[in-house]
Design a protein around this ligand. Sequence first.
Ligand SMILES: O=C(CO)COP(=O)(O)O
Length: 248
Amino acid sequence: MGRKFVVVGNWKMNGDMKQINEIVNNLKKGPLDPNVEVVIGVPAIYLAYVKSIVPDTIGVAAQNCWKVPKGAFTGEISPAMIKDVGADWVILGHSKRRTLFGEKDDLIAQKVAHAIESGLKVIACIGETLDEREAGKTEEVVFRQTKALLPAIGSNWDKVVLAYECVWAIGTGKSATPQQVQDVHASLRNWLSTNVSADVAAKVRIQYGGSVTGATAKELAACPDTDGFIVGAASLKPEFVDIVNATQ
Ligand SMILES: O=C(CO)COP(=O)(O)O
């Protein structure tokens, strides 16, 4: 079985009712390649609304969640709540959560474990900073971030998509090159083969994220070890449809 291409739009903290209606209408118009899985990651406050207006073929993701089902955690939302409003994905470990909100590997792993246990599918983000890349530490960092997730994922790799987002390419307009993406994805798959299993390495979907646009998506999609994208700024624009259709 091949790996189904999966494109996630991460709206981050963007959008209001008017813009959301425009984005969703544009997605409905498509046309979207039926062979591609499409997920939109929306601000928590709009999850229920977005779920009520998108076709069932489009998945809806939260951009974060907490690590227990309920309790005195002011301002947080739980996987149970995300599921309760009909969404079935959560993005965890995004670089902005790591850098701006101080989330470390162990907290992210706890969140991943609880999200999976609660029945959510997880987009787990990993990726190096510019300093780490320039110091030749890209592999060391992405292997460390992935290793931290292994106990949390256990045998549930079918519930997980790995999103490789090099931090230096996020929101900068400076995408990694197809070769840079392919190199990291291939070595990650190789690492998974050694540290998890050959089966997981062959089946897990690895997305690329970082300044993906309608103009760059096709050549990035051609990398043999790239199974989709996680898209920030361009997911708010009509060109998101072109990114979804990049493998056509
Ligand atoms: O962080 C990202 C998606 O999660 C990427 O954002 P940009 O596509 O805006 O660079």
